[in-house]
Each structure stands twice: as structure tokens, then as C-alpha cells.
Design a protein around this ligand. Structure first.
Ligand code: FES
Ligand SMILES: [Fe+2]
Length: 334
């Protein structure tokens, strides 16, 4: 019998410290969309698992990435959020950097001696895109983004993704560890008990989760009214869910902002980006997310309580968790 990851992995700050390197700095992770980074000078700055990241479009039109950390005294090159930068100048004391991340001038520093590389270069981050999704890799990638996505790309090709436009982002903060929410995402075992409207729409006896290429999961289920399956529900390790339909998609990310807090971020893309259509897409995910948030925060309290250690995983319904948790376990041990 396979057991779940131990409860301490979900509650200990030390486990999250290890995961920051072993998981989050060791994978291609989606960070934003090309809608935010289409013109020279446009930037997007934000946090990912405690790393402060800045992506900006250079004058040649390429997206370049840096840790948003100045080598002088850890100031930032851009405030969090999105906007436009004319150049890379630290907000704290005004050191100026080129688009390659090298120091151009240390404003009024009072010493003409050249500074060593460690003190004069922004730390670079690798950036690659897949369609409208922008990914970063905070370490040394063993594969390009496209190679690492593997068979997941083919799973999206029967949908007219190129006809969808970016419409909206929704972010919600949950009081739980990121893995508590991912575990919940990776099984349909709870649908009949916690998601009444989803349960009515789906023929739950046909619900199936399968793992492919050791890198992504597919959820499949027939609609309850006998109509053909209309969508594809894909999950890529460690935190990216792509929910595809013929008329649009929502791309969901599960992002730790600490060991006990998680952001769930949805990016909505659709053929029809009218307010009514997008509001309907958002309302549908809000309803399901309300139900999932409620149970995940209760489960987290129980994981924190010291009463539970690690329970058995269902071979029928929890193969996705087994795969995800074994990847996390291997990352923590490596
Ligand atoms: S921290 Fe950036 S110039 Fe001082
Ligand atoms: Fe759920």
C-alpha cells in the first residue's frame, strides 16, 4: 500500500526551504503570459516560492529575466507588478545596469576601482515561451522548455488555442501548503462529496486520472448527459494545470508564497472575450475553488495538528497523487 507524503512535509518551514531549490529552482515554471510582455520595455515582476523575479522585454524585443535583487544592497530594479521600464535602474540607490545585466554606473559611489563581477552583475534567469505562456527556470535546465513539456504539447493540439486571446487573471490566497492544494487537484475522488454542480455535470463512474511520460497527468471524465467529452484537463509537475475547451482555456498555477500560504492563479483565454463570457468562466472556477479552498484549509489544520502522519493512497483514484508525491519526495532526497 502506498502512503501519502508525511504530514511534516506539509507543515515544516524547513521542508519548504529545501523545496525552493529542489523543486522550484529545478523545473521550468510558468511565470506570466506574453500579453504582459509584448513590447520593448514592458516588464512583469513578482515572487515565485520566495524568489523575486523580473522579466522585461529588451530593446530588441527579447524577454530577458533577472532576479529582482540588486548586487549593491538587495534593492529592486522594478516594483512588483507590471508596467514599462525605460532602463534598468535600482530603485534604492540608483545603480544602472545594461539589458545584459552588467553594471553601467554605480551612482555617486565615491570610488573608481572596478567592482568584481559578483558585485556588479544582476543574476540572470532563463526564460522560454510556449505559445502565450512564459516560463522561467531558476537553475540549470537539463532540457529546453519545449523538450521538457514533451507529450503534453500534443495533448493540446486538437484545441484551437491560436484563436484564443488573453482575457483576465484571478488570484486567490489559500491558508495551506501548496502541496495540499495540488493533491486535491490531482484526484476526482472528492467530487461527489464536495462539488455538487460538477458531480451533476459529470458521469463520475467514468472519472480517470492517468500519468504520462513521468511529467504530466490527464483527468478524463464523460459528461453525465451522454454528450462527447468536450475538454482536456492536464496537469504538469509541479504546479501547472491547463483546462482546455473548444472555446477557451483557463491556465491554473499553484504558487507557494510561504510554507503555509499558497496563491492559486487563473489566467483565462477565450475566443469570445466579451465581459459576459469571461465573467461566466470566472464564476465557474470560483464556485469550484470555494469548495476546494474550504476543504484544503481544513485538511491543512489537521496536517498541522500532529494527529495525522501519512494515510493510504487509493490505487483507483489517487495515482496522480502517488506520482506527484513521489516526485516531490525524490526532489527532497536529491
Ligand atoms: S541596493 Fe541597488 S543601488 Fe543600492
Ligand atoms: Fe476539487
Amino acid at each position: 500500500m502506498k502512503l501519502a507524503l508525511s504530514a511534516e512535509t506539509y507543515r515544516e518551514p524547513d521542508a519548504f526551504k529545501i523545496e525552493r531549490q529542489a523543486v522550484w529552482a529545478n523545473e521550468w515554471i510558468m511565470f506570466c503570459t506574453t500579453a504582459e510582455l509584448s513590447q520593448p520595455g514592458e516588464y512583469f515582476a513578482g515572487e515565485l516560492a520566495g524568489f523575486n523575479i523580473l522579466l522585461v522585454v529588451d530593446p530588441e524585443g527579447s524577454i530577458v529575466g533577472f532576479h529582482n535583487v540588486c548586487p549593491h544592497r538587495a534593492g529592486v530594479l522594478a516594483w512588483p507588478g507590471q508596467g514599462t521600464l525605460g532602463n534598468l535602474v535600482c530603485k534604492y540607490h540608483g545603480w544602472a545596469f545594461g539589458w545584459d545585466g552588467n553594471l553601467k554606473s554605480a551612482r555617486d559611489f565615491g570610488n573608481d576601482e572596478p567592482l568584481c563581477a559578483e558585485h556588479s552583475e544582476l543574476k540572470k534567469i532563463r526564460v522560454e515561451t510556449w505559445g502565450p505562456l512564459v516560463f522561467v527556470h531558476l537553475g540549470e535546465p537539463a532540457q529546453s522548455l519545449i523538450d521538457s513539456l514533451g507529450g503534453l504539447i500534443a495533448k493540446t493540439e486538437s484545441f484551437p488555442v491560436e484563436t484564443f486571446s488573453y482575457a483576465r487573471r484571478m488570484t486567490r490566497e489559500l491558508a495551506c501548503n501548496w502541496k495540499t492544494y495540488v493533491d486535491n487537484y490531482l484526484e476526482g475522488y472528492h467530487v461527489q462529496l464536495l462539488h455538487p454542480s460538477l458531480n451533476r455535470a459529470l458521469k463520475m463512474s467514468s472519472y480517470k486520472v492517468s500519468v504520462h511520460d513521468d511529467s504530466y497527468c490527464v483527468h478524463e471524465c464523460e459528461p453525465s448527459d451522454g454528450s462527447p467529452v468536450a475538454g482536456a484537463w492536464l496537469f504538469r509537475y509541479p504546479n501547472l494545470a491547463i483546462n482546455l475547451y473548444p472555446s477557451g482555456m483557463n491556465v491554473e498555477r499553484i504558487i507557494p508564497v510561504g510554507h503555509d500560504r499558497t496563491h492559486v492563479v487563473y489566467d483565462y483565454f477565450a475566443f469570445d472575450t466579451s465581459e459576459d463570457n469571461i465573467a461566466q468562466m470566472v464564476a465557474m472556477s470560483n464556485e469550484i475553488l470555494d469548495e476546494d479552498q474550504y476543504i484544503c484549509e481544513i485538511v491543512q489544520k489537521n496536517l498541522d495538528s500532529g494527529i495525522y502522519e501519512a494515510g493510504p493512497l487509493s490505487p483507483r483514484h489517487e495515482v496522480g497523487l502517488e506520482w506527484f508525491q513521489s516526485k516531490v519526495k525524490n526532489a527532497l532526497l536529491s
